[in-house]
Design a protein around this ligand. Structure first.
Ligand code: CO8
Length: 255
C-alpha cells in the first residue's frame, strides 16, 4: 500500500498503488498523496499525471472499511481532511491530469474532479455511489460535479448513485478525452497541448476558471482582470509578445 512518484519527460507521475483494494483511499493514503503533492510541487515537473495501479481501477473511493464506528467529529474531520488534500491540486503550480484506467467511484472520482483534466479508457466506469451506503459524497463531489456537468446531471448521479461509462462521461463533459493503450503515454500526449507554455500563465488561467465557480460574474470578471494584469507582469508575457512580433517561437521560462 503506497503512493508512488516518478518523473518522466517533464511529468510527475503519481500512482495510487493499492490494487488489491482497487486503490481505495485510506486516511494514511490521503496523507501520502499530500506528501507526494509536496514533492511534485518542489520538482521541475510541468504536469502531474495521476493514475491507479493494476488493470481494474483508478480508485474505488474512500476505504469503506475504515469509515465505520467513528464519532461525529472524526467523521467531519475525515471529510475535511480529504477535501483539504484534493483542494491543493489547483494551486500546485502545474496542471494535473487524472488517467482513469478503470473504476473511479466516490472519493476516487472526487480526486479526478479536483484535477485540471480527466482522460478515461473506454471500459472506465465512474460514479458517486455513496447514497447506496447511506452516505453522500464528502471529498468535494457535491460541489465540483455540478460545476462541471450542471446541477441536474450532478443531482441525478449523486441521488441515484448511477454508474456511468466513459462515453457518457465524455458526452457530458466529465472527461476531456478517451484514450487507449498506455496511460502515461496518453497523459503525455494530452499534456503536449499545454506543457510548453509558461507555468504562471497556465496557473492564472486555471485559478481564474476555478474561482469563477465560487463567485458572481461581476466578481469573477474582476478576478480575471487582476490575474490577466498579473500575467502581463511576467517575463514570459514579454517573451511571448516579443516572439510574436519577431516571428519566432517563444521560449518561456516560467518567470
Ligand atoms: N473501500 C475498501 N475496500 C474496497 C473498496 C473501497 N471503497 N472498493 C473495493 N474494495 C476492495 C474489496 O473489498 C475487495 O477486497 P477483498 O478482496 O479483500 O474482499 C477488493 O477491493 C476488490 O473489490 P471487489 O471484489 O468488490 O471487486 P469487483 O470488481 O467485484 O467490484 C467495485 C468492483 C464495483 C468497484 C466494488 O468493489 C465496489 O462497489 N466498491 C465500492 C465503491 C464505493 O462504494 N465507493 C465509494 C466509497 S465511499 C466514499 O468514497 C466517500 C468519500 C467521502 C468520505 C468522507 C468521510 C471521511
Amino acid at each position: 500500500m503506497s503512493v508512488d512518484l516518478e518523473f518522466r519527460d517533464g511529468a510527475a507521475i503519481m500512482t495510487l498503488n493499492r490494487p488489491e483494494a482497487l486503490n481505495a483511499l485510506s486516511f494514511a493514503i490521503l496523507g501520502e498523496i499530500s506528501r507526494v503533492f509536496d514533492k511534485a510541487a518542489a520538482s521541475k515537473a510541468r504536469v502531474l499525471l495521476i493514475r491507479g495501479a493494476g488493470e481494474k481501477a483508478f480508485c474505488a473511493g474512500a476505504d469503506i472499511k475504515e469509515l465505520r464506528h467513528r464519532d461525529l467529529m472524526a467523521q467531519k474531520q475525515g471529510a475535511e481532511f480529504g477535501q483539504s488534500v484534493f483542494a491543493r491540486l489547483p494551486s500546485l503550480g502545474m496542471p494535473s491530469v487524472a488517467l482513469i484506467n478503470g473504476y473511479a467511484f466516490g472519493g476516487g472520482l472526487e480526486l479526478a474532479l479536483a484535477c485540471t483534466f480527466r482522460l478515461a479508457v473506454e471500459k472506465a466506469k465512474m460514479g458517486l455511489p455513496e447514497i447506496k451506503l447511506g452516505l453522500i459524497p464528502g471529498y468535494g463531489g457535491t460541489q465540483r460535479l455540478p460545476r462541471m456537468i450542471g446541477e441536474a446531471r450532478a443531482l441525478e448521479m449523486i441521488m441515484t448513485g448511477r454508474t456511468i461509462d466513459a462515453s457518457e462521461a465524455l458526452q457530458i463533459g466529465l472527461v476531456n478525452q478517451l484514450y487507449d493503450g498506455d496511460p502515461i503515454d496518453a497523459g503525455l500526449r494530452f499534456s503536449a497541448g499545454f506543457i510548453g507554455y509558461g507555468l504562471p500563465a497556465l496557473s492564472f488561467a486555471h485559478q481564474a476558471v476555478i474561482r469563477a465557480g465560487d463567485t458572481t460574474l461581476k466578481e469573477g470578471l474582476q478576478i480575471e482582470a487582476d490575474l490577466s494584469t498579473l500575467a502581463f507582469q511576467t517575463a514570459d508575457a514579454e517573451e511571448g509578445m516579443a516572439a510574436f512580433e519577431e516571428k519566432r517561437k517563444p521560449e518561456f521560462r516560467d518567470a
